[in-house]
Design a binder for this molecule. Structure first.
Ligand code: UT7
Length: 325
């Protein structure tokens, strides 16, 4: 049976590193607080020439080179992002233009931190219909542009970056073989980013406080652990697998305490969970594809391995996806 397999991966991180010590000079915080509460030591912050679509394009070029696919061969470009370059056109259209991917249609997916996993699932579904499709799936964020740099509750958590994969249909056993994606819009106000202020006075909202990321950290934490655990266990059960069958789990990188809690509840050993959170912080939709690229380059996945992605973000959105590498 044909499945959507990843042919190549790539990632791009901005040059500028912002350490916890740098943040100590910006808000009332400490390296000790950030490290013990989150596991984050530094993050990358985009500068000139590092707009969302530019990071995305660099990551894409690396994934295409690794795949041996030319931009003109692409059929579809999907960019998962909540910090797009513009609201319209999509960041994916900017990437298409940069790459010269003339044949491809392009659009963005907004599913917050879960965006890359949702998009990979989407690509997998396209490929069920048209196995020859060549699809570029990107997670890219410049959340530094959307964070309130005076709010210590959020500004220490996020970072910028992009990761990309090229996907096509194969019948050699590799590829995505299951997913369990969920949302709960009733809990939207636990984690959100408001839009720019309305120019239509009738649509203006009294509670509007600026287009920043806002979060109820404690509640998000509790939901993240429980809901990721639920989606992973039910997906494994559905495929007759146990956690011992997983060779590598690549979770969304938000907080080391969330990851440790999740790891303990699932009963998966530390060496089978990929973590790079300390260097990049929470890069939202970019976190899993960056981690995937690094895991691949570090030789953490061998052909035939079962890889589990699990994710959680604003919406709420969450879920898990299984693939054979
Ligand atoms: O990617 C999408 C998913 N997002 C997440 O998964 C994030 C989930 N949540 C978290 O990671 C954690 O809840 C946080 C890291 C955001 C916060 O950790 P916490 O252990 O839940 O801390 P808290 O919010 O309960 O705050 C504890 C204290 C508060 O002070 P008081 O009220 O006890 O006096 C905060 O004001 O820590 C204070 N605080 C800080 N102190 C120093 C909050 N942020 C900071 C800071 N530096 N940066």
């Amino acid at each position: 049976m044909t499945k959507a397999a990843i042919l190549g991966t790539g990632s791009c991180l901005p040059e500028r590193m912002l350490s916890n010590a740098d943040l100590e000079r910006m808000v009332e915080t400490s390296d000790e607080w950030i490290t013990t509460r989150t596991g984050i030591r530094s993050r990358r912050i985009a500068g000139r020439g590092e707009q969302n679509y530019q990071l995305a394009t660099k990551a894409a070029l690396l994934a295409l080179a690794e795949s041996g696919i030319a931009p003109e061969e692409l059929d579809l470009i999907v960019v998962a992002t909540v910090s797009p370059h513009m609201i319209m056109p999509s960041t994916a259209c900017f990437v298409q233009a940069e790459l010269g991917a003339t044949k491809a249609f392009a659009y963005d997916v907004n599913a917050a931190c879960a965006g890359f996993t949702y998009s990979l699932d989407l690509a997998s579904n396209y490929i069920q219909n048209r196995p020859d499709m060549k699809i570029l799936v990107i997670g890219a964020e410049t959340l530094s542009a959307r964070v309130n740099w005076e709010d210590r509750n959020t500004c220490v958590l996020f970072g910028d970056g992009a990761g990309a994969v090229v996907v096509t249909g194969t019948a050699d056993g590799r590829g995505v073989f299951g997913s369990n994606l969920r949302s709960d819009g009733k809990l939207w106000n636990l984690l959100y980013m408001d839009s720019p202020e309305s120019y239509n006075p009738d649509l203006r909202r009294e509670e509007w406080q600026g287009p920043f990321v806002r979060m109820n950290g404690g509640d998000v934490f509790k939901h993240a652990v429980r809901l990721m655990e639920d989606s992973v266990t039910s997906l494994l059960r559905q495929h007759g697998l146990t956690i011992d069958d997983i060779d590598l789990m690549i979770p969304h990188q938000a907080n080391i305490r969330i990851l440790n809690n999740l790891r303990e509840r699932l009963g998966i050993s530390e060496e089978r969970v990929f973590v790079n959170l300390s260097q990049y912080g929470n890069t939202s939709a970019a976190s899993i594809p960056i981690a995937l690229d690094e895991a691949y380059r570090q030789g953490r996945m061998a052909r035939g391995d079962i890889v589990l992605l699990c994710t959680f973000g604003g919406g709420l959105t969450w879920g898990a996806l299984l693939m054979r590498w």
